[in-house]
Design a protein. Structure first.
Length: 166
């Protein structure tokens, strides 16, 4: 009995020392020792007070990318059709139907043909996915999965036919 208690006490002491060591390490990360230097690395104060001056027009142009016109077309289409915007609370079945209507509207009414761009201009295809995903993330994911699977399957079928025909 005595040896079991002494072993459990030594294990508790070890686990306490491990826990204390971890807590000490964590607290050092959260509250570092000021003015401590390691091999020419020094602590730097937070630059909360400094205001960063940014050329917003250049940054905005850069962030928009070179396919912004098709993205604007998608944003304008969904903005003009509020019945295609995803409500906050919607059932799974209703959301699936809405996604189908969103995709049909994008292709038939807005004239955006994602399948064409998968093959001919992948950069524009990804710009379309980005825009659609910002309207409804679920629709963006569904489009990405379905069109990429179609494209990969199409390439495999063409390669298969090419192999046997030539």
């Amino acid at each position: 009995m005595q040896t079991l208690n002494s072993k459990s006490n030594s294990n508790n002491n070890e686990s306490n020392s491990d826990a204390e060591r971890r807590i000490e390490r964590l607290s050092q990360h959260l509250n570092p020792i000021p003015h401590l230097t390691w091999n020419h690395i020094e602590m730097e104060n937070c630059s909360r007070g400094k205001k960063l001056i940014v050329d917003t027009n250049s940054l905005s142009g850069y962030m928009r990318g070179k396919h912004r016109e098709i993205q604007e077309k998608i944003f304008d289409y969904y903005t003009a059709n509020p019945h295609l915007q995803t409500p906050i609370e919607i059932s799974k079945d209703n959301h699936r139907e809405l996604c189908m209507n969103q995709l049909l509207g994008l292709v038939r009414e807005a004239g955006v043909k994602p399948l064409h761009y998968v093959v001919n201009d992948p950069a524009k295809y990804f710009a379309i996915l980005e825009a659609v995903g910002s309207v409804d993330m679920s629709l963006g994911i569904k489009m990405g999965v379905q069109y990429r699977y179609f494209h990969v399957g199409h390439v495999k079928i063409v390669s298969f036919c090419f192999f046997f025909l030539f």
